[in-house]
Every structure is written in C-alpha cells, then in structure tokens.
Write a protein that binds this ligand. Structure first.
Ligand code: ARG
Length: 458
C-alpha cells in the first residue's frame, strides 16, 4: 500500500478499509489527464520561480516516461496505490528521485481530482458530440431519401394524418440536434480550471492560475477555491443531458420495435441487429433496440445517484464526491456505445415503403382532407366533419378506404362532392399540400433538409 499521507498515522490502514477507500480501480481511467495536469502545473511552478528549470525538465521527462510506459504496457497500474494521483507521484519519485517530491508543491489531491475529472469529462463531451453528429448525418441521409415516402402520423398511437418518413425522422433529427447543443452548453460552462485551488483555500505560493488554465485549454481559472474543489454541477448537467439522449434513443427504439413487429411491418431490422429464440424457430427478435431502450434506466440511475450524493455535502471537499466517477464513466460508455449501435441499426434497417403507404391509406388519415374539401366548397367545417364521419363509418362497414368509395355514395351525403374528391384525398395531395414551414410537404421538407445539411457542415 503506497500512501501519500503516512506521517500523522501510527497504525497501518485495515485492508478492508484500504480497499473501501481506494479509487485506483476506476480512477486509473484518467491517467492521461492526471499526467497532463501535472505537466501544466510543473511548467507554471517553474515559470513562477518555485521550481528551477532543471527540476521542471526532469519532472516533465519523468511524467512523459510514465505516460509512455503505461501506454505501451510496460508499466502496470496496480491496486497497491490508493489512487491514480498516488500512482503517478510514486512512480515519478522512483524514476527521478528528489525533484519528483516537488511535483505536489502548491497543489492538493482535491484540486487535482477536480481537474482530472473535468479534463476527462471535457474529452468525453467532444467524443459524444462526434457520435451525435454521426447519427445526425445518418438521419439526414434517410430524410433525403424519403421525402416522398408516405406513412401514417400518429397521435395516441392512433393513425391521425399522413406524413412522410423524412418528416418522422426529422423529428428525431431535432431532438439529437438539441442534445448536441446541450453538450456544447455544458462544455462552455464547465471550462474553467480548478487547479491552484489547493485543498480548499488556495495557496501562499505565487501560482499563476491564468497560465495553468491556458496551458490546459480552459477559458480561465475558477473564481472561488472552495467551489472549485467541491463543484460537480457539470457532472450533474452532463448526466442530465445524457439521460435526455437516452430518452430520445429509447423513444426511437420503441418505435422501431413496434414498426418491426408483424402487426406493423413498416421496417425489417437487419439480421446483424436481431437475435433468434432458443425455442421458437420463427422468431427474429429486436434485442438490440430493446437493450437500447433498457439501458436508459442505468443512465437515469447515474443521474439520480449523483444528485443524491451531492445533496448533503457541506463545503468544501468530502470523500463522498469520489462516488462521482464510476457512475459517470459507466453512463458515458453506455451512451457512446448506444449511439454507435443505434446508428448502425438504422443504417442497415430496411424500410418497407409500400407497407407504410398502405397503412396511411387504410387508417383514414385523409379524413381531415375530405372535410377540408367540403369546406372549400362552402360547407361549414362542423357539418363537413359530421358528413365525413359518416362516410368513414360506411367505409369501415365495407372494409374499404375513402379513395375506394364510389362517387354516388359521396354525393348521397353531400352534393358538393365531385370527381376531384379522389385527387383531394389522395395520399399525394394530403401530404404534398402541407407546405407550411416544418410540415411534411416536399418543398417545406427540402428547405429544412437544406438547413440541416448546412448546420452539419458548419
Ligand atoms: N480519490 C479521490 C476522489 O476521487 C481523490 C481526492 C482525494 N482527496 C482527499 N482529500 N482524500 O475524490
């Protein structure tokens, strides 16, 4: 057990206590960030005359050596160190001796871990943003191909009005676009450097916090040293945003599961994203979509967990905050994996356009348009609504759609109906006349697609 704080203690830590307290098993994930932060700290100490240039160079070389050896596998991160900070410092001292003992000048593990976590989260935000962008590209190319793919739009899971597949997918485009915007907001707000806050009250060394912040790509130093070591708001914001990403993936997955069912038959999930049943030979199950839906729970769980952990913590640092890591790492890895799998699943999925169109026709999604036809011929809307309601009933009785009903049946209920009613209630008209901005009509849709393309290229 290599501990940094033996001096005040007369007894060895109990093994169980040691294990309970240690974080190396998970915080080793940010060895790179820890070394990066130490390098910036040391450069700043030398610039301020707190270390000599020679000491700085020895420490930098030692840190680079540790990074290299961890990455090439010749230096293993083992549980004999309490945490990643101890691991790096102990190895540095092993390598370069006394100058290594000066690394921690003007620094505490409290501001160090606050920094490491921020650097890690910041890198991951960029990666998640990349995954979201890839998904948006996939969605946009599906939209481009399906401007004329008619399908029923639903409310209450009842067929409502016809839309297009491009329009339906476009709704998800908006959701994932907002997710990216949330990532950018969080990144901006969190991008202040906590290093130099010390344990909680800053230090008496003449640190240049602006300089450290700049070296590490931050917009500046944090403004309050107590807040710096105890702020995990950005973790909460990230987990909240990730929960929203998962909620979106889950809704879309749920739709795909429905669409992939025998009853809908709108899509067929590729074999690569389906599994069979051990007993029922006919089955091809949408397991991947179901798992995507299911994994939402653990990301929500991470959010609730960190909110609960933080709620009773007095200022400043308390060990409770070590609990921020595992769940954040898990949520990040889960979301990245899910985004990748989801993009793969929809890019290989077959859309059965004829089934979608037939379903739109058979569900009287054009009934509103039949009523609008009457309104355009001088019938008040409320009367038109009643007339078309009766026509729908008649069609249900005969098992046909509105465009299959003979003209004389239409005319029995209203003489206003003429031959052109068939054109008025055709899927093509119903969809293609809806040209308000944001609607499924092809011109409106193409405009939004152009804007989305520009957004993705920008
Ligand atoms: N492993 C600790 C954490 O993750 C690092 C900070 C330790 N600081 C301390 N005073 N014990 O929060």
């Amino acid at each position: 057990m290599a501990q940094l704080w033996g001096g005040r203690f007369t007894k060895e830590t109990d093994k169980l206590v040691y294990n309970f307290n240690a974080s190396i098993s998970f915080d080793q994930k940010f060895y790179k960030q820890d070394i990066m932060g130490s390098k910036a700290h040391v450069k700043m100490l030398a610039k301020q005359g707190i270390l000599t240039e020679e000491e700085r160079d020895q420490i930098l070389e030692g840190l680079d050596g540790i990074l290299r050896d961890v990455e090439n596998g010749s230096l293993e991160i083992t549980p004999e160190y309490e945490d990643i900070h101890s691991f790096v410092e102990a190895n540095l001292i092993d390598r370069i001796g006394d100058p290594g003992k000066k690394l921690h000048t003007g620094r505490s593990r409290n501001d160090q871990v606050a920094l490491d976590m921020k650097l890690y989260v910041r890198d991951e935000i960029d990666e998640i943003d990349g995954e979201l962008k890839t998904l948006l590209q996939e969605l946009l190319s599906l939209m481009e191909k399906n401007v004329h793919t008619y399908m029923p739009g639903f409310t209450h899971l009842q067929k409502a009005q016809p839309v297009t597949l491009a329009h339906h997918i476009g709704a998800y485009f908006e959701m994932f676009r907002r997710d990216r915007e949330r990532m950018a907001d969080i990144r901006k707000r969190m991008n202040l450097c906590p290093l130099g806050a010390g344990a909680l009250a800053g230090t008496t060394y003449p640190l240049d916090r602006e300089y450290t912040a700049q070296l590490l790509g931050f917009d500046g130093p944090t403004r309050n040293s107590m807040d710096s070591v105890s702020d995990r708001d950005y973790v909460i914001e990230l987990l909240s945003a990730l929960s929203t990403v998962m909620m979106h993936l889950s809704r879309f997955s749920e739709e795909i599961i429905l669409w992939n069912s025998n009853e809908y038959g709108f899509v067929e999930i590729d074999d690569a994203y389906s599994t069979g049943s051990s007993i029922m030979p006919q089955k091809k199950n949408p397991d991947i979509a179901e798992l995507l839906r299911g994994k939402t729970g653990r990301v929500y769980g991470a959010l609730m967990s960190i909110l609960t952990t933080m709620k009773g913590i007095p200022l400043a640092y308390n060990k409770d905050m070590q609990e921020d890591k595992e769940l954040t790492f898990d949520a990040i890895d889960t979301v990245k994996g899910c985004l990748r799998l989801f993009a793969g699943m929809i890019s290989t999925m077959e859309f059965r356009r004829e089934v979608m169109e037939a379903s739109a026709k058979n569900g009287f999604t054009n009934a509103t348009d039949a009523a609008d036809y009457l309104v355009n011929h001088g019938v008040p809307f409320r009367d038109a609504h009643g007339i078309v309601g009766r026509l729908v009933l008649l069609c249900i009785d005969r098992g046909i759609s509105l465009d299959e009903l003979p003209l004389e049946e239409y005319q029995k209920l209203s003489p206003a109906f003429q031959e052109d009613i068939y054109e008025a209630v055709s899927m093509k008209t119903c969809v293609e006349k809806r040209e308000t901005y944001g609607a499924p009509g092809p011109e409106a849709m193409e405009k939004v697609i152009r804007e989305n393309r520009k957004y993705l290229e920008g």
